[in-house]
Design a protein around this ligand. Structure first.
Ligand code: AMP
Ligand code: FE
Ligand code: FE
Ligand code: ZN
Length: 278
């Protein structure tokens, strides 16, 4: 196999992406990727179908997940790579997280209804289908029903972290998220660290056990990317990157927009093997 480049951050319709795993793989093949990590929010249901479909194209799928944590009111996304995604305890934990996500939709919709935004939780849940439901689904229903003109407007006006209809979800601490990932032999990586806007938090995360940092991300400018590369070197962190492709709502996050060298995958793999045998 001619390993070229990878995208290590992809969402499918099993979380808040729009494409099925099959559609993702077909697209990846056309774009020339040899490796993808499926990183749905709090959900692993897209991994098996992606693996099945990848076989005919010789595209490697890294089983992964993106867990949401919070520290001092700052949202932190932790990616887990090479996870044992069939682990029973882990799957039970994800089920709890997904149930809490569903409850949260009802709460958010109640807040929207109180502002005369008359959407139904059922419509959001129907749009999300199987897997995990989230704010991007709510935003899409707001758009569909004419309450906003764009997805960012939905976040700015209603459901962004400081918006009037925001509802906190079941909160994992970063320590818990990292522990969950490590328990299933995964490598914990801090996702799009610039979104936290607090680089000192990365130092804390290193103490808690993250092994890597998502350096290449559509929200990172060149200067930001270089600063995280420096940081990775200084603290001996693995470097990852990906498009964070969802298919809608995020203009910058285009599939094919981030292509990381397969060498980064090799390093992740080496670290994974090291973890397993340690
Ligand atoms: P949730 O996990 O339900 O709180 O939703 C978080 C997800 O919402 C993120 O992973 C993004 O996919 C999406 N999101 C958050 N803020 C924005 C924004 N301003 N524009 C578009 N999508 C966003
Ligand atoms: Fe998302
Ligand atoms: Fe994220
Ligand atoms: Zn993501």
């Amino acid at each position: 196999m001619n390993n070229t480049f990878a995208d290590l951050h992809i969402h499918t319709c099993f979380s808040d992406g729009i494409l099925t795993p099959q559609e993702i793989i077909n697209k990846a093949n056309k774009l020339g990727f040899s490796c993808l990590a499926i990183t749905d929010h709090d959900c692993i249901d897209g991994i098996s179908p992606a693996i099945s479909c990848s076989l005919k194209y010789y595209i490697q799928i890294i089983p992964a997940v993106e867990l949401t944590a919070e520290y001092d009111n700052t949202e932190i996304h932790i990616l887990g790579y090479f996870i044992d995604y069939k682990n029973k305890q882990f799957c039970n934990k994800l089920e709890i997280l997904c149930d809490a996500r569903r409850d949260r939709i009802y709460k958010m919709v109640a807040k929207l209804n109180a502002l005369d935004v008359n959407i139904k939780a059922e419509e959001v849940l129907k749009l999300s289908g199987k897997g995990s439901v989230g704010r991007l689904h709510v935003a899409h229903v707001l758009l569909r029903n004419g309450y906003v003109k764009t997805i960012p407007e939905a976040f700015n006006k209603y459901i962004g972290n400081n918006g009037p209809c925001y509802v906190n979800r079941f909160k994992l601490t970063p320590q818990e998220a990292i522990k969950i990932i490590k328990k299933i032999n995964g490598i914990a990586v801090v996702a799009h660290p610039h979104s936290m806007n607090k680089d000192e938090l990365i130092i804390k995360l290193i103490k808690y056990g993250i092994g890597g940092i998502e350096v290449y991300h559509p929200d990172h400018t060149r200067a930001v990317t270089l600063s995280y590369l420096e940081m990775a070197k200084k603290y001996n962190l693995l470097v990852t990157g990906g498009s964070d492709y969802h298919g809608f709502g995020k203009k910058k996050a285009q599939f094919g927009g981030i292509k990381v060298s397969y060498e980064l995958v090799e390093r992740l793999k080496q670290s994974y093997v090291g973890n397993k045998t340690a």
